[in-house]
Each structure stands twice: as structure tokens, then as C-alpha cells.
Design a protein around this ligand. Sequence first.
Ligand code: ADP
Ligand code: MG
Length: 736
Amino acid sequence: MPSASYNLDVPVTNLKYIGESRSKALMNAGIRTIRDLLFFFPTKYINRSKMLTVAAAYEYVKKGYTDEITLVVRVIEKVTKYVRGKEILIVAFGDDTGGCEGVWFQGSKFIKDRFNEGDLFAISGKPALSQFMHLQIHHPDNDKISDDENTVKLFNTGGIIPFYKISDSFKTSMISVYGLRRIINNALNYWIGAVEETLPDFVIKKAGIMPLKDAIRHIHFPPGEKELEAARYRFKFEELFYFEILNAVRKAKIRFEHKGIQFSIKTSLVKDFLSVLPFQLTESQLKVLSDIKKDMLSAQPMNRLVQGDVGSGKTIVAVISALIAIDNGYQAVLMAPTEILANQHCKNISLLFDLYNEKHPAGRKLTVEMISGSQTKKQREKTVERITGGGTDIIVGTHALFEDTTAFANAGLIIIDEQHRFGVAQRARLLSKGITPDCLVMSATPIPRTMSMTYYGDLDISVIDKLPPGRIPPKTALRGEQALPSVYEFIYDRVKEGDQAFIVFPLVDESEKLDLQAAITAYEDLKDSWFRDIRTGLLHGKMKWKEKEEVMLKFARHEFDVLISTTVIEVGIDIPNSTIMVIRDAHRFGLSQLHQLRGRIGRGKKESYCILITKDELAASSERIKDVTYLPDYIREKLRTQTRLKAMVQFHDGFKIAEMDWKIRGPGDIFSTRQSGYPDFKYTDLREDIAILEKAKNIAFEIIDADRFLRHPDNYIISRNFFHHYSENLKYFNIA
Ligand code: ADP
Ligand code: MG
């Protein structure tokens, strides 16, 4: 057997059974070398360790056993029956020793086409006897298998059998699943000795994971479920470990190479300010503030993300943090993603400052000022002059405006609102300017903890998890398009009572003409029919930003009653008088988006209503199907959509909704992965693997805390693999 000095990076033609045409076929699947082959992992497994004949299974059940078994059987016929109006599918299977039945009580219409007379299937599940003493498996897992696969028994029976994704070129080159198993088994036998460990011994021990050689062997041919699980765990751990090493290195870099400001509590400013507030801070807000205070009083720059649902009161937290900087003679900068929001912040802060200034006429005057895109160049220069002269405590503006000004000069704290539109890359750029003020990022997009741990891996995170008391969550309903007339009637009545309403259309892509047209058409129709004598406005993505802001402001000033728009209103604008949010084609939105949209209403004292309009068939409640794995994709998609929409009706907590959305759709809906810097894991499913992530994080951070350049000999393997395997990832993380 070759030793570690053998090189795995040699062409697959070095193996038995592989000639010209097979190596070409493998090449098409990206398998060039023996290393590639060993790392070509199965996509699924069938556990045939309890593979029985039908006769043996019958005996097995009669003895009272009910553990899961697998049968390899042929379809004899299929029958559908109706019991109390529900369709039930019974497929009769058989082998040489007898017959049995697969029974589906749910979703039979979706699955019956799968079973054709004569086809061979591996079916597994818990066996049972029917009242007529037939051997049955209810809702069995089922895999169609080809006849040639079954005739060659080797590697196909008596264990957990791997299945690989076999491309068509494999088939034309005579590589069957069976053949591939044989090729890989052969490669393992001869070359596993040459596999070099990619994690140091002490990490393997500490994490309690399987060494690489065993993991590779067992991921292909697991002796049992336990070994398979351990092998998978190892690959997930390794992936997450190096990811966390990356985060740890970045974090250490910021910490060591950027010296921060060590603030202190100089006067009673913060205390005095708190005493003039018209409300008490919630416990959540106080906890977050104490995290922030700790950061600001330390000598290292703060990099903290504050997550809080819409309306959770992030602004006040930001303002109080700013006061700590101001108390130390610094300024604070607040960046918002849009001009409207910047404006709103500026107004709100100035109201709070007025309260303080009135009560403390002898003390210092707190001031806030805005740099605006709508200022003339001259006005802006004046503002900047005042700001750089140190006359302003908090400077508010959009992200874009800060790109090219020197207004940062005396900024001790930078607050970034609505971070996820801002992007990781931009944040990195800000830091690389050599500016080292403390940095506070506020996000209203609640995302599950695992996700923020990875997406914002180099930030510390605080969560405002409770809303201030007294909020009434919007009543939410799901309706088919049929219901539109009554919805319009409802809007009309409310508007006559003085309320305002949004009607939102999806605009998935700005270039989608159809979507745009839908909004425009609805506007044209409604203003001349249902809404003839109420004031209706239109807002869409194709308008210039100036026009958009204009419309938005008019709506905020109640210059019209109904705003029909594409999703441009998503960002945190505050219009307390609007109490109705109608969302058209709601099924085309992600849950997080729906939640953001709904957050636009329910901000005042009045009861508010969110009405999700979708296709009639999607709105109609359907039978609840627990196990959807055996359904065709398009049906599964439909059920998923229904589940999502119903979650909106049921839940109001943004974190709960985000968690559900993530479970149902994956992270792609919340962030588009590549471009946002969200990691694209090969083995890990973050929805399930949070415990592994936490373990990997702890070990990785401990290592980097002690040896940030990975210079210690113990860490040699880490540094080598980190730079070797992860150079691809590094591109997305601005580590340099
Ligand atoms: P968001 O987190 O969405 O930015 P805001 O900071 O705009 O939320 O706060 C929403 C509203 O709640 C504001 O009108 C604010 O004055 C109010 N608010 C904030 N904190 C509290 C509190 N502790 N008690 C009562 N009202 C509060
Ligand atoms: Mg806000």
C-alpha cells in the first residue's frame, strides 16, 4: 500500500478498470485525479443492512418486530381506493418468495405515476400486517433500481449502499453506479494510505472527530449508520472550522491593526438624556446598550451588529451610543440607505435633542445635522464646513454621501442603519481607509442565529428581541384574487375614516416589464373605478430616485390616501397613519420580505391590517401533508408556498418568521449567496448544523487568539490547508 509520500494528484488512469473512454467520462464530471475520485462523495445511501425477502419479512413482522426493513421487489399492480372521499393508493409488490403492499394514505395522486408494472424498487420502512394479514409498508421510502444493478450482487447488498450522481456520459462509457462503486472501492484499497490529514491531531482529538482517512473510507462504504454519521460530521466540521479560522483571522486583524478609541463616561450627559425620554427603555434595549457600552469603553474598536425587528427601537439605542462619543468630545455619524430614511432619522433625533436642550438650558446644546443629496453644492459645502468645525454632534446622511467627504474627521462612532443593503465589502472598505472609529451596525432584517453567526462572522452581535410594550400587531389574512373587490371596498371604507393604505406588487427584477405593467395597470384601473373619489399615488422602481422620494414624502404627508407601488417601499419608512397593507402575488415574495413590508404598518395606535393576495388555489387551504419527500417537485413547491404564507398569518415575530423561511427555502432568499459574501458550504446545512458550527467556532477562535499568524508548529497543518484550500473563498471576504 502506498504511503503518504505518494501523490494523490495523479490521473485516474493509474487505476485498474480505467482506460481512455472511462477517464474521459470521469473528466466530464470533474474527476481528473485520484484525489478527485476519492472526494467524489455519494449523494445518497440506501440502508440495506436489513434487507429481507418478502417471506422473511413476513416472519419478521409476525414475531412482532417493527424496525425498518428494505425489500427489493417488483411492481405487480396498483390500485386506488376512496375512503371517505380521500384517495388511497395501494401498490402491490412482489419477489420470488411472496407479495406485499405499499400504501399511501396521502398525496396518492402525486405519486401513483411513479410505479409502473414490472419496475424494480427498493422500498423501505416499518413493516406491518393489515387486517387481512397482508404485509404492508405505509409511505415507504422508494428507490427505483435498474435490473443490471440488482443482478450484480457485489456492493449492492447487505449494508449501506452508496448512490452517486451518474451523468449521461458515464452511462455511455459503461460506468454504472455499480461500476463506479467498484472503481472507488479499488481506489480506496490502493490509495487511501496516501491521503494526508488536513487537520492537526489536537483538533481532531478536541473536536472528537474521525480522522480523514477513515472519514473518506466510511463516506463511501459505511459499515453502519453510526460511522456514516461520524464521517459526515468530520467533513462538516472541517469546512466550518476553516471558515471560522477565516473569521477569527479577520477579527484579530481588525482588533490588532486598528487601534480604537477608549471612551469613558465623562459627565452626566447620558443619564440626563435618559431622564428626559418620554418612555422607559425596554430590558432588551438596556441589555444591548450595556454590550455597546462595554465595547466603547474598551481600547479596541467596536464592531457590533444590533439586530432588532422593525419598530423594536434601534434608533434610540443608536442615539444613546452616540452620546457616549459626544460626551468624549467626538462626533457621531449615522448612515442610512436612503435619503428619506436619513431625513427621518435626522428629524427624530432632533426632536429628542430638543427635549434635552429645553430641560438643560445651561448645559451644552446637542445638535444634529444632515448632509443631503438635494442640497446644492454650495449648501453642502457650508454644512460640511460647520460639521468639520466641530459644531455638530450627530451627522446624518446616506451611505453614498460619506464616500467622498472628509466629514469623518472627528467621528468617534459610525452607525450604519439597515446593514444588509450596505454589504460586507463596503464595510471592509470603510475600515481599510484607516479610520478606526467604533462601528455600530443596525439591521432590521431578523435572521436566524446560525445565519448571522456566519454572515456576520466577524461582528459581535446583540439582539433587541422584544418590542416596546403596547404595540398591536397587524391582523393578517390570506385571500385569493377573487376577494379583491371586497378588499378594495374595505380600503375605501377605511380611507373615508382617514386611514391610508399600501397596495404592493412584486418586482423581482427591475427589468421585469410585466411586473411593472401590473402595478401601472392596477393604478390606472383603480383610480378610475374603485378609488374614483379617493387620492391614489403610484411608485415604481423605474422612477428616478428623486421622483420616488417625492411620492413617498407626499404619502407621508397624507397628500394622498392609497399608494400603489412595486417593492421600493421596503426600507424602514415611518408612516403611522397607514393601517392597511395589501400585498399582491404574495407567493412571489420571501417571508422576510413580506415581514419587512408588513412592518410598514401597525406603527401607530390604530388597529392595522395586512392582506396577502395570492392565486385562489394557493389561498384555499389544502389537506395537510406531513411527509412530502415522495411528492414531485412542483407539488412540493406549492405546498411549501402555502406553508410560508400561512406562517405570515400565524406569526408576528420576525425572528420566528426568518427561521421558518430559512427552514423552508434556504438562505438564498434572504441573501443571494455569492455576491453578498454569504458562504456557500459544500457539506454543511446550516439549518441543521448549528452545534457543529459552534464547536468549530470555539476551537478556531481559541487557536487564533493564541497564535494569530499560525506560526506555531502545531498549527502548521492549519496554515497550509487554510491558504491552500480556501484561497477561493478568501476572495469573498476581503481579508487582505
Ligand atoms: P426601529 O428599530 O424599527 O428603527 P425605531 O427606533 O424607529 O424602531 O422605534 C420605533 C418607535 O418606537 C419610535 O417611535 C420610538 O420612539 C419608539 N420607542 C423606542 N423605544 C421605546 C420604548 N422603550 N418604549 C416605548 N416606545 C419606544
Ligand atoms: Mg430604524
